[in-house]
Design a protein around this ligand. Sequence first.
Ligand code: NAD
Ligand code: DAU
Length: 338
Amino acid sequence: MNILVTGGAGFIGSNFIRYLLDLSDEYFIINLDKLTYSGNLENLKDVKKGFSERYKFLKGDICDREKVRDIIKNYQIEAIINFAAETHVDRSIKEGSKLFIRTNILGTETLLSEGLSGNIRLYIQISTDEVYGSLGEEGIFTEKSVLSPTNPYSASKASADLLALSYFRTFGFPVIIVRSCNNFGPYRFPEKLIPLLITNAIEDKYLPIYGEGRNVREWIFVEDFCRAVYMVMNKSKLGEVYNISTGFQKRNIEVAELILKKFNKGKDLIRFVEDRKGHDWRYSMDFSKIKNEIGWNPGIDFERGLDDTIRWYSENSRWVKNVKSGEYLKYYEKYYGL
Ligand code: NAD
Ligand code: DAU
């Protein structure tokens, strides 16, 4: 199967490409990525070496209609998995929402409408628990819950979900939506909570915690999420939405304290800082639909995933240094002529 993976140089996309190529030789993958600040070809260095016949990277923007059309036609694309997005909530609040609207909504529209004229058998939209909005201390979201996003990032993701579903209803375009809780694991850009806390702990820097740190996030190890997407690709019904979550819910302060404990460092490294504007209190999703219909369950518990993640960041100090300094941008020119 020829698959167009978008945003494959980012955190989840790069983990997914590696997962799929390792798993089966049935797939030929085109990775279309704009290489924004969070896209990093270093995430895929080993993939490039081992799988050159089944993998190709193309630099480009999912909003570039002609490019998307040419790729779908020239590579006889049969499936599109859309990971590409502007993903950081704080940036959508502090730096403006325009880029989020452009990539997350208009980019999705481009893939859907260009996909219509190709021979696409499957389109997976990678979405988020944030589209449901915020919960208090009680409650859980199912796939039938009302969409009620609260920040520009989540509003753009909810819009993309609705647009994708409209393409299924109107045109019979083969859309499936997966909504994930918060992923963690190797190759995550260290502006997000877990990699930021780990890399700061390694460097004896303060761990910034918003407000009082009592907000709750639900965590999934990235390999578990990749396995879920793979199972959805192969077993699910078109036009459906699947929540992918774990029940591993933690307050942010608990995560910070656990990470410090793993490094044998004191809680005095924690700094409470100004809260995020409109900070969602808690996310929690019911994943019984994917469990019952597809047979997926989380396999890696939070602490085991955290240990693996800490090990990875500790052993990849060069990656961390390059990413934190922006140095990695130079690699594009050196290795890929981009
Ligand atoms: P990321 O920020 O690490 O990666 C995003 C990738 O998209 C980058 O490689 C970037 O260069 C690329 N990109 C951005 N704009 C583009 C454009 N216009 N054209 C082509 N490529 C572009 O993000 P991630 O954490 O890997 O998230 C991947 C997807 O999963 C996103 O759609 C996100 O909304 C969704 N998601 C993420 C999480 C999570 O916890 N990480 C949870 C739920 C859903
Ligand atoms: O839930 C899925 C979402 O998870 C994805 O859709 C988003 O793309 C992804 O960025 C992530 O969003 P969050 O806002 O949950 O992740 P973030 O790592 O930014 O923050 C996690 C929690 O930690 C949140 O309550 C804010 C808090 N936080 C975050 C940072 C960066 C801190 O307390 N301190 C920090 O420095």
